[in-house]
Design a binder for this molecule. Structure first.
Ligand code: SAH
Length: 217
């Protein structure tokens, strides 16, 4: 977002990894290395960039937030991302999570509902050729780019959108927050095995609402 990258904040990233990520049980080496490599401050407006390594989501405008670092790590680990995976990232927001998934070596299609956020994120991600920012309703997926090895959402919906199941590769993973009872969100992973979908509950979370055709009504 800023042309001047500023001082390297690797020491702050290392502290974030130690106290906010590893201490909470994230151990996937690929995820830890990716988070050590991506400067979160680049995805924040100048007014909040100073807090880039705080243990919290932060406002990015249009009523939306950049995800808490731990949540990005948890989602990536739960999605079992590996180099070469085709990933649909629903809710680009700042673009930070997309950059982390790309740093793992994935090819990322990141879709954002709010046009201005899509535009800002596209600028922030311009130097990453493996991230493709699309403006639109992520609940419809991206049929032209399917199948995906992972579909990772940063906004909470009432159910897994049917298009995601259709666009998931065999062995593929959907990780998303579900809000089946108002005010209660749980992060879930759905793994596709042939025609079956195995569900794992990954615990309580707090995300913004998933909008769009298969989102919150
Ligand atoms: N991963 C992002 C988090 C952004 S917050 C980051 O690291 O910054 C979630 C985002 O989901 C918001 O920007 C919101 O506008 C977007 N969103 C909500 N519903 C959506 C939908 N149906 N399709 C695409 N994006 C959506």
């Amino acid at each position: 977002m800023d042309d001047d990258p500023g001082p390297d904040r690797a020491a702050e990233r290392e502290a974030m990894l130690e106290w906010h990520i590893r201490a909470r049980g994230i151990s996937d080496r690929r995820v830890l290395d990716a988070m050590a490599a991506v400067p979160r401050e680049r995805f924040l407006p100048p007014s909040t960039a100073g807090d880039a390594y705080a243990d919290s989501p932060l406002p990015i405008g249009h009523g939306q937030t950049i995800s808490q670092p731990y949540i990005v790590a948890l989602t990536a680990e739960a999605g079992r991302l590996k180099p070469g995976d085709r990933v649909l990232d629903v809710g680009t927001g700042s673009g930070y999570a997309a950059a982390v998934y790309a740093a793992i070596g994935a090819e990322v299609w990141s879709i954002e509902y709010v046009p201005q956020l899509a535009e800002q994120a596209r600028a922030a991600l311009a130097d990453l050729p493996s991230v493709h920012v699309v403006e639109g309703d992520g609940t419809l997926g991206l049929p032209d780019q399917a199948p995906f090895d992972a579909i990772l959402a940063a906004a909470a919906g009432p159910d897994i959108p049917a298009p995601w199941i259709e666009q998931l590769a065999d062995g593929g993973r959907i990780v998303m927050p579900l809000e089946r009872v108002a005010g209660w969100q749980q992060l879930v992973r759905a793994t596709r095995r042939g025609e079956d979908l195995a569900l794992d509950d990954l615990g309580g979370v707090r995300f913004v609402p998933l909008r769009g055709a298969h989102g919150v009504r």
